[in-house]
Design a protein around this ligand. Structure first.
Ligand code: V47
Length: 355
């Protein structure tokens, strides 16, 4: 059976099929991915009104792809005070954000109390705000720094008001590539274990994949297959987010960058392979908003959100530093033929912009 016959048969795809999908031309592949996407969500394009906060850029790890952490290339270390973070949110809630997304570096001086303290204060001041915070890499960092188990850190997070986990820190699971791009950080197994524990607590999380650097197609497919296996066991991933590698101000020397065709193929393949993860997010901060809108025709159904301010990807060249205005976001989605659907962090529909 060739790959198109297998797609038509509705059988579950395997690793080899994933690689074969890359060999299809973009439009054939896109047709199958779009059929799946349309069957699930018709022409809805999901987004949320959110605020990203990156509270510190001081990091004990050196990931070659990272332009955010303070180092020779970015010599401006900072750590926000709790007051600063709360002031930011005072402003953001005026724009009706429903989610705060908090991701930062592995900073020993900030520490466990500092993190748990800010989560608690956010929940006290803004009880309705969904707190999506701490990647598995940060949880691993806190657990090892304070000699705690993952479960102990996770229980503290829940106690202090964290609602869901962002998908960061996954990078590429293949151990060789991972060692090359981010040696010393949370391992692939540990990343999975942390999400497994989180899911077993009845909570939701996301999963990312950083691609377009030194990895090959086979590593992307392997990454997706490992996530699909985990999802079969624990079922708590809401969204898969392929993050397109941004090339500036970092220590990874990449000669060949991905074509838009390869990026769109990767979104489409993720929709077809990850039959058990409901949402595929084209995170516009790394794909550009134009390609994120195109990706809606190639399997993606979500665009992340308005963001307001973003420091991780923009440090490496992405045009996401100031987020996107809600009205611009809506206009872009509508003029590309989709119905913008504002969702909450758990994908409940809050508002459908259908006129
Ligand atoms: O894990 C770092 C990535 C991630 C670069 O869960 C880079 O909804 C591209 O986790 N080029 C953190 N990416 C961001 C993250 C995230 C983002 C959006 C939505 C969600 C979600 C989570 O940023 C890291 C890393 O893979 N990153 N440097 C770079 N040069």
């Amino acid at each position: 059976m060739n790959i198109e016959e297998k797609l038509k048969s509705g059988q579950r795809l395997d690793y080899k099929d994933g690689l074969a999908l890359y060999e299809l031309d973009l439009f054939t592949l896109g047709k199958y991915a779009n059929e799946k996407r349309k069957a699930l969500y018709q022409n809805k394009a999901f987004f949320n009104v959110n605020r990203h906060i990156n509270p510190t850029n001081i990091c004990k790890d050196i990931c070659k792809f990272c332009a955010f952490s303070a180092n020779r290339k970015n010599p401006n270390p900072y750590t926000m005070s709790h007051e600063e973070i709360l002031n930011i949110l005072d402003e953001s809630v005026k724009h009706h954000i429903t989610e705060v997304h908090i991701v930062s570096a592995h900073n020993k001086d900030a520490g466990l109390d500092w993190y748990m303290g800010i989560f608690k204060k956010i929940k006290e001041r803004f009880p309705a705000l969904h707190v999506k915070a701490l990647t598995a890499a940060e949880i691993n960092f806190l657990a090892s720094t304070y000699d705690m188990s993952y479960e102990q850190v996770i229980d503290l997070m829940i106690e202090n008001g964290v609602d869901s986990l962002p998908g960061g820190g996954a990078e590429i699971f293949d151990e060789k590539v991972r060692d090359y791009i981010c040696k010393g950080k949370v391992s692939s197994k540990q990343w999975m274990q942390i999400h497994d524990i989180w899911h077993k607590k009845g909570r939701k999380s996301n999963a990312t994949m950083l691609f377009g650097h030194v990895e090959k197609r086979e590593h992307r497919i392997d990454h997706m297959m490992r996530l699909r296996d985990q999802q079969d066991k624990s079922g708590g991933f809401n969204a898969f987010i392929p993050l397109v590698y941004q090339r500036e101000n970092n220590y990874l020397h990449v000669e060949d960058f991905l074509s838009s065709v390869e990026i769109l193929k990767t979104y489409a393949i993720s929709r077809l392979l990850l039959d058990n993860i409901p949402h595929i997010k084209a995170y516009w901060a790394t794909s550009t908003i134009n390609l994120a809108l195109m990706a809606q025709e190639f399997g993606a159904d979500d665009l992340d959100g308005t963001i307001e301010k973003e420091s991780v990807q923009s440090a490496a060249g992405a045009k996401s530093a100031a987020g996107l205005k809600l009205q611009d976001f809506l206009d872009l989605i509508q003029t590309s033929g989709y119905v913008p659907v504002e969702r909450d962090s758990l994908y409940n529909e809050l508002k459908v912009y259908d006129n």
